[in-house]
Ligand binder design. Sequence first.
Ligand SMILES: Cc1cc2nc3c(=O)[nH]c(=O)nc-3n(C[C@H](O)[C@H](O)[C@H](O)COP(=O)(O)OP(=O)(O)OC[C@H]3O[C@@H](n4cnc5c(N)ncnc54)[C@H](O)[C@@H]3O)c2cc1C
Length: 566
Amino acid sequence: MKKHDVIVVGGGLAGLRAAWKVSDFADTAVVSKIHPLRSHTGAAQGGIAASLGNATPDSWEEHMFDTVKGSDYLGDQDVIEVLVKEAPQTIYELEHLGVAFSRTEEGKIAQRAFGGHTKPRACYAADWTGHTLLHTVYEQCVPKKIKFYDEWFALSVAVQDGVCRGIVALEIPTGRIEIFHSKSVIITTGGYGRAFKITSNALANTGDGLNLALGAGLPLEDMEFVQFHPTGLYRHGILLTEGARGEGGYLINRTGERFMKRYAPEKMELAPRDVISRAEQTEMDEGKGIDGKDFVYLDLRHLGAAKILEALPQTRDLAMSFAGVDPIKNPIPIQPTAHYSMGGIPTTIAGQVIMDEKNTPVAGLYAAGECACVSMHGANRLGTNSLLDAAMFGKRAAESAIEYLKGAEHQPFPEEVCESAKEKVRRLRVANGPESAPKLRHELQETMTQKCGIFRDEERLDECLAKIRELQDRFQRIGIGDRSLTFNTEIIEALETQNLLEFSEIIVYGAIARRESRGAHWRVDYPKRDDQNWLKHTMAFKKEGKIELRYKDVTITKFPPKERGY
Ligand SMILES: Cc1cc2nc3c(=O)[nH]c(=O)nc-3n(C[C@H](O)[C@H](O)[C@H](O)COP(=O)(O)OP(=O)(O)OC[C@H]3O[C@@H](n4cnc5c(N)ncnc54)[C@H](O)[C@@H]3O)c2cc1C
């Protein structure tokens, strides 16, 4: 058994910021299934938002309004207000930690335009923003007294009588399963785009943290809202940053038309992601994709070689390596790609995980970053707001933990949590059925993309739910070829597949129930937003195999809902 005051599960931006902060006050460990520097944060390109006003005058009020409107009025406005007000401070803290932001001529932090933001407020480090943030915060963690458990896979979190008691994790190199006994746990396991076939997300983004919560009897919030990013590289889904359009890139269809003028005449290519992804999909469905196929072009040629090389070097590299296209000379084939999870583990504004729709917190349990739903992104996240969310709420969760630890003791660890985690892995280790986890995962991703994608309707969603339940059933009959304990990646992939199957059911279940179109959730059979019945957060519970949906009010303070146009 390992013993620490705080266990941070996940080593991405949210996890490292939390660990960096809390480790000055408490014995802290970071448990991560991959090395922290391989976390998906490192893939973030475009920028991190704050109303610094370095490019044009800006204010937190404008940042707030853009975020509320972008969220299609489902974001909680008290949370959004905190986020946008503290954003400049967060950027300066990161700068003082050593983050090498790109600069203006006078040496200020440079800022560029991003979709849905009315002012250029994305602070960036060329198109390597996430990489720069992750490496810098990690470097700052190294000299602190933080114990890193790299390549440990968290299997369960123990919550008993409303108090968190630690986690159970599996050491990937040895197969050993151990209790991590702690007073407090901060879950920062990132997003879950891997439920879809075409996704910008890293292989590790399988939403394991959601299952930690579900397994402890806790709910998930707003899972039906999954963001599709408009510029995934055709066939691969690899992301080409929105910064490319922020720098002035065009989207064109087979006739060479900048089709966004018919969908968002004012904002054009800088409308929010949900609007552009639907526009692209509509063009393709109407046969206006390039060569009538399911892709359109992102055209950067008019920006010129100097601009592309200076501001978008990674974008060019990705296009050349994975599509064989040099954006200086040719347009890049792109299609929408599953990108960001607005839903997740529900938390309070202080990062405390809650156990019901009345906001009752679990003592000692926190969540932050993409796996959490606090909810500031509501039904649709604006680009560059999530690195901000991860950096800020990682720190806020740590601050709450610091307060909590002042009066907390280690509570007895419930042995049965460890036993059932061990039993789950043991069953996989001897599994010799006819089904294979990779095949089930592939079928799930195919189904989710086709039937629970950008455009949804009841019939397809019902089919999707039935398919997921069939896959869950078939999972009980999988076989595992590798019986060894050493680096058994087959078992890890099976555990991840099981997690994908669990929370995908909740995404689809919530999407069937929500009979309206809001943000990223677009129902062709209910194409209007319905504030009267649906201006509320979904809280999904899973007890004894059955999903139960309850609902929670949206906090509205400054901006009453109105129609959203761009
Ligand atoms: C390609 C791409 C580009 C993006 N660009 C931007 C951008 O420009 N601006 C912006 O604001 N946002 C961007 N985003 C979104 C943003 O990067 C993420 O939301 C954010 O980085 C998430 O940080 P995180 O710390 O929550 O999770 P991550 O960085 O994904 O880290 C998750 C951590 O959890 C660990 N983990 C997961 N499961 C387990 C388990 N079972 N046991 C132990 N550890 C586990 C992993 O090892 C990892 O360390 C982008 C996302 C993508 C995919």
